[in-house]
Ligand binder design. Structure first.
Ligand SMILES: Nc1ncnc2c1ncn2[C@@H]1O[C@H](COP(=O)(O)OP(=O)(O)OP(=O)(O)O)[C@@H](O)[C@H]1O
Length: 734
């Protein structure tokens, strides 16, 4: 039915939004021109040009993100002022930079998300646009300030949560809800813990908070960038597009298995081993394992000098070891102290032996001369070096830890549980990563190895710079005079290499991910309940300012080493100075499915409350009992059936069932349709089986089915029993 007033307004809104796109296109063209101008710049050093190009590229990228849904709403204030809200800000340069379009992160945009009928925040009306591409299809209005007369306009939200899922997560800027907005804009600079059941938007909120922080604290945040830690590469891939769609790129995405540069670990330990390695008590084991590598010789070792043979025995080594340990330096750095003491003791013994019968220690001058000769010989004594290196070896975290795991004797010497033993010491698991990171500090720097590596790097850079200079010289005819001067007269290759290092051409994310000592401005931890105490130590090292957004759900924890409460995990780093917020509404799972999942939750975590679904789908989840030989066919039927529908689907099952993925792999993800296979075996698999089943059941945005061979577990109720489907080409279970 046509409504003349509405139609007229819709025409006006369409014209306004079309004008915004025209302005965007003009700004884009200008930004691109500035970018190309920067690329072709002459008369500046390569470093300066690099910085300028980067800055222009960022400016162009900011404008490129806004093609879909540039403007998604409008706020009308009681004062009569009208503000359009969108993904980015567009301003009128000729009119005091008045906004044509206000960035959703700007403080003035806040009422768009939080104003309600009861608390209108000086607003009269909120208007939400429904857009496809660049076109406004229609809009819905919500009148504020008249409680009882208006209710929250949920049309846009329901359209968003009902839409079939595509590839990866989408941003939610157009429909952020008030309880979420409060968290996104929270001013607290320290540790913020956000807890909420499945589908409450924890991940979405954490990512939008990153965009908000990068917008409001650009200066501080962009220096170190932001680190987002997630449970699996698949999950990081799933969420990877949200921040770029909001125009943010200075963000590093890593799993806990990637936290040590150079390693990409996904393998897991058995739960009991993961628990051992995840607990802080492993710190004593690591310290003992390092001490165990500071050895004493079982038998005295002879060291031949020109005039005499001296023995390095346990007594001598013990004295040198005590001095090195007393230095308080990390193992590799204390090597120099150990060596200096040992050499000095060897020299004393040599002089005493050479002077036996004719030289008295009271003969200070002569004794010192002889000692100096011996020391000179010992300074380049390879055999002694070999002996001392064996007693106090230079260690890397990898050699130390692999050596520990592979040796039952060393495990015992370190006072560790024999369960740590494994035949291949270097078969790294995610639980080893924080231990390797800890050992970087415990072992300290091996300066000789570092000097060699630095020399190799410098040579490679000089070679690269020499190549650049060759190119510059080739092009001299085309270059301005001052650049020719720079290229030919002022710089040599090494100098130029120095400049390249200063202005590292890699972008922030690359540099940060490759540098173990990088410190981030902010860290987001998703599925934080899975992290062990040792994982937290690594993360705090990466963010000494302790600026964290931690999102998780203790009820979904599957790791044996994970958190059972937030307080004890955080106490070592921030005491009780952390802020807690809860999300309560489930935007993913329809009420019918949540009722089933809630039954499971009630059995294994009676104190936890499931979140309330924002909608019902009208579709009941189903179950079907199958015989052993029917299972594979039934899975295939589901997959085929879903392939004909919009959206995504997944089959989750216990280990060893072909065509299924484990619940752990689906963590944090969502699918339009989920088939859970053999829930009874998922429940029985491991100490956290019930949490795994809960995670599996709560991945669905629309449809849930369950296939079982044994009777359904008692906790799984409320499923509609589906009959055997007709054997036709295209089957439906409901
Ligand atoms: N305000 C919102 N508007 C539209 N969609 C939303 C909103 N909040 C959350 N969603 C959607 O709900 C779904 C679940 O969000 P998200 O994955 O962030 O939840 P979660 O709390 O991290 O879940 P889990 O604990 O199961 O990993 C996503 O599709 C997300 O886009």
């Amino acid at each position: 039915m046509s409504n003349p007033g509405y139609d007229e307004e819709l025409r006006e809104e369409r014209a306004y939004v079309a004008a915004l796109y025209e302005r965007l296109d003009r700004e884009r063209a200008a930004a691109r021109a500035r970018y190309h101008g920067a690329l072709g710049q002459t008369g500046v050093t390569p470093g300066e040009r690099e910085v300028d190009v980067r800055c222009r590229a960022r400016e162009a990228a900011r404008l490129d993100v806004a093609d879909n849904g540039l403007c998604f709403g409008r706020l009308d204030a009681l004062s009569g002022e009208t503000t359009y809200i969108g993904r980015i800000g567009l301003f009128d340069a000729e009119n005091d930079y008045e906004p044509f379009l206000l960035d959703w992160r700007a403080p003035a945009a806040r009422p768009f998300y939080v104003a309600t009928a009861a608390r209108p925040e000086n607003m009269r009306r909120r208007r939400q646009f429904h857009t496809v591409g660049r076109r406004v299809l229609d809009f819905t209005d919500e009148v504020l300030g008249r409680p009882g007369d208006a209710k929250r306009g949920d049309a846009a939200l329901l359209a968003a949560v009902n839409a079939p899922r595509g590839e990866g997560m989408r941003d939610i800027v157009a429909t952020i809800q008030a309880e979420q907005d409060e968290i996104i804009r929270l001013g607290h600079a320290g540790v913020l813990v956000v807890e909420g059941g499945p589908g409450t938007g924890k991940t979405a909120v954490a990512l939008h908070r990153v965009a908000y922080l990068l917008y409001t604290r650009r200066e501080r945040m962009s220096r170190g960038g932001v680190l987002v830690v997630g449970p699996s590469p698949l999950f990081l891939d799933h969420i990877g597009r949200v921040l770029p769609s909001l125009g943010e790129s200075d963000v590093v995405f890593l799993t806990t298995g990637d936290l040590v540069p150079g390693l990409r670990v996904t393998a897991e330990d058995r739960p009991e081993v993961a628990r051992l390695k995840g607990s802080l008590t492993i710190l004593d084991v690591l310290a003992a394992a390092v001490a165990d590598r500071q050895e004493l010789p079982a038998e005295p070792v002879p060291v031949e000098l020109t005039d005499v043979t001296v023995e390095v025995d346990a007594e001598l080594a013990a004295e040198a070891r005590a001095a090195a340990r007393a230095s308080g330096l990390p193992h590799n750095e204390a090597r120099a102290v150990f060596r200096a003491h040992a050499v000095s003791l060897v020299a004393e013994r040599a002089v005493a032996k050479i002077g036996e019968g004719w030289l008295d220690r009271e003969d200070r001058g002569l004794w010192a001369d002889l000692r100096a000769d011996v020391l000179a010989e010992l300074a380049a004594h390879e055999a002694l070096d070999v002996v001392l290196d064996a007693l106090w070896p230079s260690l890397t975290p990898e050699t130390l830890l692999a050596g520990l795991y592979e040796s039952a004797r060393r495990i015992e010497a370190a006072g560790a549980d024999p369960a740590l033993f494994r035949a291949d010491g270097t078969a790294w698991t995610v639980s080893d990563v924080p231990l390797l990171d800890e050992l970087v500090d415990l072992l300290g720097r091996d300066e000789a190895a570092e000097r060699a590596a630095a020399r190799r790097r410098a040579e490679a850079e000089a070679e690269y710079a020499a190549g650049v200079m060759d190119l510059m010289q080739l092009d001299t005819e085309e270059l301005d005079e001052d650049v020719q001067l720079v290229a030919g007269d002022l710089l040599d290759a090494v100098d130029l290499a120095g400049r390249f290092t200063e202005r590292d051409p890699r972008d922030l994310a690359e540099r940060a991910a490759a540098d173990r000592d990088w410190t981030y401005g902010h860290v987001v931890v998703d599925e934080a309940q899975e992290l062990s105490e040792m994982d937290w130590r690594v993360l705090v090292r990466r963010c000494p300012s302790r600026s964290f957004t931690i999102v998780g759900d203790l009820a979904q924890r599957r790791s044996a080493a994970g958190a059972t409460a937030w307080g004890p995990v955080l106490a070592p780093y921030v005491g009780d100075r952390w802020v807690y917020r809860r999300l309560t509404v489930n935007y993913r799972t329809p009420a019918e499915i949540m009722a089933v999942a809630g039954g499971v939750l009630a059995r294994f975590a009676p104190d936890a409350r499931p979140p309330e679904s924002v909608r019902a789908s009208g579709v009941r989840p189903w179950s079907r009992r199958v015989a052993d030989d029917e299972l594979a066919g039934a899975i295939e039927d589901f997959v085929r059936d879903e392939a004909g529908r919009d959206g995504t689907s997944v089959v989750i099952g216990p280990p060893g069932v072909p065509g299924t993925i484990p619940a752990a792999a689906a963590k944090g993800l969502e699918f339009d349709a989920v088939l859970v296979v053999e829930p009874e075996r998922i429940l029985a698999a491991g100490p956290r089986g019930a949490a795994e089943l809960y995670v599996a059941l709560t991945r669905a945005t629309q449809r849930l089915g369950v296939l079982h061979r044994d009777p359904l577990p008692a906790a799984l109720t409320g499923l509609a029993e589906a009959g055997v489907p007709a054997r036709s080409g295209h089957r439906r279970f409901l």
